[in-house]
Write a new protein. Structure first.
Length: 121
């Protein structure tokens, strides 16, 4: 049976990190790009959280964003702890993900297929 409190907390952390990326983090590796949090995975004891980061510019840009977020992880953890009133904030592990780039490629393929079928009689 899944732990629903764990799932809610994971989504709250995702939402908070997404807001911090948009508004507060001034690192050029993060702020100059379209960076998004794809998903978060919280451990069973809430001590570790894997944060999957994706960037539309590609996987190299996502890896650069991960480096910027790792350098700001202390500030991010402090903000999460204060906003969510957590006794112990989980340790954040940022992981580069290429899912946005992959979905953009699939979208282009689907557009190409739909235009090809419209042209055929």
């Amino acid at each position: 049976m899944p732990n629903f409190k764990n799932g809610r907390l994971s989504e709250d952390i995702k939402r908070e990190i997404s807001g911090l990326i948009r508004e507060e983090i001034k690192d050029p590796r993060v702020s100059g790009k379209l960076v998004s949090v794809v998903r978060t995975e919280l451990s069973g004891d809430n001590s570790y959280c894997k944060v999957y980061i994706s960037c539309i510019e590609g996987e190299k840009a996502a890896k650069d964003a991960v480096k910027g977020l790792e350098s700001a992880s202390g500030m991010i953890r402090k903000r999460i702890s204060n906003v969510m009133h957590l006794k112990k904030c989980p340790e954040l592990k940022f992981i580069a993900d290429n899912s946005i780039e992959h979905s953009a490629e699939i979208s282009e393929m689907l557009k190409k297929i739909s235009t090809d079928t419209e042209k055929e009689p």
